[in-house]
Each structure stands twice: as C-alpha cells, then as structure tokens.
Design a protein around this ligand. Structure first.
Ligand SMILES: [Zn+2]
Length: 270
C-alpha cells in the first residue's frame, strides 16, 4: 500500500533527523568547556543573552593570561586556537582518535605550533597529553613528543615498579606545571626554562587507585610512600636529561622537575 510506504519513509526521515539533532547536541556538549571559560556576571542579563549569541566575545584582555604570574590554567586558555566552527568538528575527531606521537598508549591531542612571546620560547610540534601508559595526568599537559615518550618510559620503568600494589596501584600523576614561557625558577634575567620549550613537566604527587596520594611535600623521606617516591625519582634519571627533586634546592621541595634537555656530560639528577 502506497500510503503505508509513505508513512515509513516519513518516519525514517524523522529518525535520521533526530539522530542528526542528537549528534549536534553531543558535539555542542563536548565543546562547551572550550568556548565558555568564564562565568557570567550577575545583573547583566541583557549582555549575557548577547554573549550566548556571539560566542567569540572574550571579556578579559589576552595579556592578563600572558603575565608571568598567570597560573598554568590561564596560560592554557591563551594557547588554545580561536574556535572556528569548521575546525571544531576536526578537533573533536582528533580527540576521539586519542593516540599521539605514534604510540598507542600516549593519549591526547595534537595542537598547533606554539610561538612564545619571548625569543627562545615555543614548541614546533606540541601535543596535549592526557595519559601515558594507562596513567592519567591530572591536567592535560603540553609538551613535545620526545618529552611525552620520556614520561611514558618513566611511568613504566619507574613509577609502576616503585608503587607496586600500594593503594591499589598507580592511577594518576598530579601535574603542577608543563609548557609555560618563562625563565628558570621565574627569576628575572635567568635563561629560558625548559618549560618554555615544551620539554619539561613538574609532578607534585602520584595518585593511587584507592584515592590516596604519594605527595612530594608530605611523604618525601617518610615511610613506605617516601621510599617509593625516592625509587621513582632515581628511575627518572635516564629517561630524562634533568631530574630535580626535594633534595635539589628550595625550589623543588614539593615537586619533581623533569626535562629532556640534552647535556654533553649526560643526565643531571639531584
Ligand atoms: Zn619544572
């Protein structure tokens, strides 16, 4: 019966339409954190509505995010490429692809080359790493692939063996710094830090499966956790060219600094 066929065609089209609507809705959900970094001010309902219609409005000047004192999160925002609709779907596709640096268990996204605001800063082929060897990073960390590979090797050869079954095993690395265009230890006149070249990462603790943490500040030199931290600190010397821990100097009381700078005399580990 022609009537029945037509009905089926219509309901089939409706099904496709609702599928498209669903896809659009889920994409919008995935992009939401990228495009709405700031809460709306109260008592400004009119401008709030305008902002909803015009997503490109960024209330704060970019230089606020670029100041040397800006926290890592603020810097991250400034590094994001401007959201252009055509690029958004490609970004989503890359995110779903997952693996970067040609290694299955280095997961994250490729990002656009970074040009630093100071000569000597920048990363030619950066990646934003979310996990290595099945261990999450507490925040997506920007670095080059050489550094991502060193981090993965350290997790496999240093962190996992040192932690063993304590707390149910390793869950997460608490990352406190990654790419940041600045001088060493933020001191004026000092050389550009390896952080400014995408070759460094700072880690302040190892999160365990049971929700507890091996904290550099609290556990270094103390008990079973302290022994595990010392083991993984030692194991970082090799995968990384520079390894600094709580015994290096006052700047590193609460975190490991690892970088892949190449020294002619070999690794520098303190
Ligand atoms: Zn550092």
């Amino acid at each position: 019966m022609p009537g029945k066929i037509r009905t089926r065609r219509i309901s089939g089209a409706l099904g496709r339409l609702s599928l498209v609507a669903l896809l659009v809705a889920s994409q919008a959900g995935a992009d939401a954190p990228e495009t709405s970094p700031r809460p709306q001010l109260r008592g400004e309902s009119a401008s709030a509505t305008t902002n909803l219609i015009r997503p490109k409005a960024r209330p704060a000047p970019a230089k606020a995010a670029l100041s040397p004192e800006a926290p890592v999160e603020a810097l991250d925002l400034s590094l994001r490429p401007k959201a252009r609709p055509a690029e958004v779907s490609r970004a989503v596709a890359r995110r779903q692809a997952g693996s970067v640096c040609g290694i299955a268990d280095i997961r994250g996204t490729q990002v656009a080359p970074i040009t630093g605001r100071i000569a000597g800063c920048g990363v030619a082929a950066p990646v934003k790493v979310r996990s290595v060897a099945g261990v999450q990073l507490s925040t997506a960390a920007t670095m080059d692939c050489n550094t991502a590979k060193a981090l993965r090797r350290w997790v496999n050869e240093g962190v996992r063996p040192a932690v063993g079954t304590q707390g149910g095993g390793v869950r997460q690395l608490r990352v406190v710094a990654h790419y940041s265009c600045r001088t060493r230890n933020n001191r004026a006149g000092a050389k550009i830090s390896e952080h400014g070249k995408g070759r460094a990462i700072d880690i302040a603790g190892i999160g365990l499966q049971d929700g507890s943490e091996m904290s550099l500040l609290r556990d270094w030199g103390r008990g079973e956790k302290g022994r595990a931290l010392r083991k993984m600190w030692r194991a970082a010397c090799g995968p990384f060219g520079t390894v600094l821990g709580p015994e290096a100097d006052a700047f590193h009381k609460d975190h490991f600094h690892f970088d892949t700078a190449q020294y002619r005399s070999g690794s520098y580990c303190r």
